[in-house]
Design a protein. Sequence first.
Length: 146
Amino acid sequence: LPRLFPEGTEAFQSLFSSLLVPSVMVPLLCILLSRISALLNPRSQEYFRSTREALFGKKLEEVGDENDWQSLENGLAKIKASLDANGAGKNLLLMGSKITYSDVFLASLLLWARVVVGEGSGDWKRITTMHDGTWAKYVAQFSKYE
């Protein structure tokens, strides 16, 4: 396994996490909430629904609208711009050729979405085709770690 926190990258990893949570994780969570609930057994679903609806102040079906999809796309666009700054051939990992914690964090969010919505779903297709298919390629490089 690669070393996820290469020497001297702790500040980078922390900064990336502080970008990833509000710009990708939060909108993705909003999009997935009602879909997660539907996967749970009835007792768990009741708890999940009541606690999340209290947190968001609305029904789960009212969370995860087109605004959240736009926020997700905008957040992923910021990350793609950073990846592209590495140059051609090195634009699928944040440090170019080394997998880091930040890459695993992003990949885990995308893989979580795939599990929740289903690989053949329109939602998964929407995510993986954003930014000319960047996210399909990004996730594919982590298949050996799944």
